[in-house]
Design a binder for this molecule. Structure first.
Ligand SMILES: NC(=O)c1ccc[n+]([C@@H]2O[C@H](COP(=O)([O-])OP(=O)(O)OC[C@H]3O[C@@H](n4cnc5c(N)ncnc54)[C@H](OP(=O)(O)O)[C@@H]3O)[C@@H](O)[C@H]2O)c1
Length: 239
């Protein structure tokens, strides 16, 4: 039980990658607390503590419900708004920055005292393959997630002395409700699978495994890193 007695807060632990991470952590003995706008039936079935929270209208009332110390934080809210640059409004960029970056900043500011108390906490943020590899129609999300990666490395530096580690996972297309419209027909699913050197799209378990590694003692000498869990998309080209 590597996570026994470890308190882990998952913002967005009710769907997709966050939900799978919550399940896997629970199986390994963690005390998992999820927070999101609404509880989901899948998360409810796990009987995890759920706190209502909209990061777009953040208030720190969740703090009253949290334990005194947090050993881990995973921030999962994200967006996929793919459009040509000329059809994206400035407001779209602003919304993506608020959800992906400023939401994380506000949560982190609120829970930092609890992370400091844990004597070696780990924070996992989510980026995207598109922050590394230029892809058409991804300008808004790539901009926001590049900021997430900047936040990750800067906080890793600032809190290294406090033994709080910050790392990010950068997925490529992963089969979750967020990506549903990109995988909604067999043709789309097959084309997406073929685009990846390893011949398939990601599954929530692929990302949850990376998140658990980053939260665990197995990665205790790693901070300020971005793990590219993307079927080879960002680094491999088949001839
Ligand atoms: N799936 C992919 O293909 C893919 C690819 C690259 C990167 N990513 C990144 O991976 C992360 C997880 O994505 P996913 O596919 O698992 O997404 P998902 O299935 O849509 O789950 C997102 C979670 O975040 C919560 N959430 C959304 N808006 C929120 C808000 N305003 N306040 C609080 N919670 C909020 C959702 O719950 P509520 O709706 O109840 O609030 C849900 O629990 C994201 O950061 C995403 O950008 C995903």
């Amino acid at each position: 039980m590597p996570f026994k007695d470890k308190n882990i807060l998952i913002i967005g632990g009710t769907s997709g990658i966050g939900l799978q991470t919550a399940k896997s952590l629970q199986e390994k003995g963690a005390n998992v607390i999820t927070a999101s706008r609404k509880q989901s039936s899948e998360a409810e079935a796990l009987s995890l503590q759920h706190l209502p929270l909209d990061v777009m209208q953040f208030d720190d009332s969740i703090l009253k419900e949290l334990p005194n110390e947090l050993h881990g934080l995973v921030y999962c809210p994200g967006s996929i708004k793919l459009k040509p640059f000329e059809r994206l409004q400035v407001e779209d960029f602003r919304t993506d920055l608020e959800l992906n970056v400023l939401g994380a900043v506000q949560v982190l500011k609120a829970v930092m005292p609890l992370l400091k108390k844990a004597d070696g906490a780990s924070v996992v943020l989510f980026s995207t393959v598109a922050a590394q590899l230029g892809m058409p129609f991804h300008t808004s999300i790539a901009t926001a997630k590049a900021a997430v990666q900047g936040l990750t490395v800067a906080l890793a530096a600032e809190y290294a002395n406090a033994q709080i580690r910050f790392n990010a996972v950068a997925p490529s297309l992963t089969d979750t409700p967020l990506a549903q419209s990109l995988l909604s027909t067999p043709e789309k699913a097959e084309a997406s699978a073929k685009r990846h050197p390893l011949g398939r799209v990601g599954q929530p378990q692929d990302m949850a495994s990376a998140a658990l590694f980053l939260l665990s003692q197995d990665s205790s000498w790693m901070t300020g890193q971005v793990l590219h869990i993307d079927g080879g998309m960002s680094s491999v080209k088949l001839l």
